[in-house]
Design a protein around this ligand. Structure first.
Ligand SMILES: Cc1cc2nc3c(=O)[nH]c(=O)nc-3n(C[C@H](O)[C@H](O)[C@H](O)COP(=O)(O)OP(=O)(O)OC[C@H]3O[C@@H](n4cnc5c(N)ncnc54)[C@H](O)[C@@H]3O)c2cc1C
Length: 345
């Protein structure tokens, strides 16, 4: 019911920081491990990503990314202007080139989440949704209907709403818009993302729109995306939507002829250092956080789940868990929150 149902479902390797790369890489491999099990309607497709460079400056970034991925053992290929035009005939010409990362994947995030939940229930989990939690802490969870649950471990995984249960969390809502076209099979072949996106999407200040499109198995094309702080209304903002669509048409002019079927918004849970909060919450030994995934929470969902499971089971994680530990960001704020909890909030 949150960001997951609003997301694009691009399971993408990102390398803004070593910790971000480690989690996206680990998680993408976990997605791949599920291939034989995922139902067809999850629409797992290894589309690959084309990171598009519009100019020479962005081509420099293509080379930097290529080198970094190469050093990490990830296959990636630099396409020059002509090779890119062959790969995606509907892109505006000329573009400077692109980086092709063939291993990136596309899924339907809503169906994937539903299936994972169904699997958990089949394995013995009890689902209380849609009942809401009104408070959590000290091994106790209270539900809106007055019910109460006790547990050794409580995992807060409420996305951008996590602050309603843990007010001290340094999470801000970052609104995003997406739209979907009618069916135009083959118009776009891979997930296409402008490299300018890296200049705007990962800054933490101004509103931004960037070209990012995804072909769906149905032939529909999801068009994104935008990033905004300070607007917590779910309504589509016509100015942002229009700026986003204009940006898309700049890259794929023929999109101007495509019927727009629907547009919507969702809220990413942004942290100040652009890494998620996964692991123990220092002042309350019963609490674990699994939130703050901003624009990468579909990609990193499975890695997050494994890190949390390892923590609960006392198992050694396959990647270092420390970079995502919440303690890094809010030791002081958490202390104040702990005092409130002890007072029986
Ligand atoms: C427009 C957009 C596009 C995106 N595209 C991508 C993409 O292509 N790839 C990618 O990797 N990521 C993408 N993301 C990011 C991704 O969607 C999120 O990081 C991810 O979905 C977060 O998952 P979550 O489970 O933490 O939160 P959510 O999906 O928001 O889930 C939180 C859940 O907690 C429930 N909840 C909240 N409060 C309570 C309460 N008090 N009691 C009980 N339940 C509660 C909510 O109902 C909801 O079901 C995108 C996000 C947006 C907004």
């Amino acid at each position: 019911m949150g960001a997951t149902s609003a997301a694009m479902g691009h399971v993408v390797l990102m390398n803004d920081s070593p910790a971000q790369f480690a989690l996206t890489h680990y998680s993408q491999n976990l997605w791949r491990d599920l291939v034989g099990f995922l139902p067809a309607d999850v629409e797992f497709e290894q589309r690959g990503t084309l990171w598009i460079a519009a100019d020479d400056e962005e081509m420099e970034e293509v080379r930097r990314k290529h080198e970094a991925f190469g050093a990490a053992g990830v296959a990636a290929e630099i396409l020059d202007s002509d090779a890119l035009a062959d790969a995606e005939p509907h892109l505006r010409r000329p573009m400077a080139g692109a980086l092709l990362v063939p291993s990136d994947v596309v899924v339907d995030p809503t169906r994937a989440a539903a299936w994972l939940m169904e699997e958990a229930v089949r394995a013995g989990a009890t689902l209380y949704a849609p009942r809401k939690v009104v408070s959590a802490g000290a091994g106790r969870v209270r539900l809106e209907d007055g019910g109460e649950l006790n547990a050794e471990h409580i995992v807060i995984a409420c996305g951008a709403e996590s602050r309603t249960l843990v007010p001290a969390l340094p999470i801000r809502k970052r609104k995003g818009h997406l739209a979907i076209t009618g069916r135009r099979p083959g118009l776009v072949r891979r997930q296409l993302v402008e490299l300018g996106y890296l200049k705007t999407a990962h800054t933490v200040t101004a509103d931004s729109v960037a070209f990012n499109v995804q072909p769906r198995r149905s032939g529909e094309i999801i068009v994104g995306s935008s990033r905004q702080f300070g607007d917590e209304e779910t309504a589509v903002n016509p100015a942002i939507l229009s700026a986003m669509l204009e940006r898309a048409k700049l890259y794929v002019p023929v999109l101007a002829d495509c019927r727009l079927v629907r547009s919507w918004t969702g809220f990413r849970a942004a942290t100040p250092d652009k890494l998620p909060l996964i692991g123990p919450w220092p002042p309350d030994t019963t609490m674990l956080l699994a939130t703050g995934h901003e624009g990468l929470g579909i990609t990193t969902s499975l890695g997050t789940g494994r890190l949390i499971a390892d923590q609960v089971m006392g198992a050694k994680p396959e990647i270092s868990a420390e970079p995502y530990w919440p303690a890094r960001l809010f030791a002081e704020a958490a202390g104040q929150e702990a005092e409130k909890l002890m007072e029986g909030r």
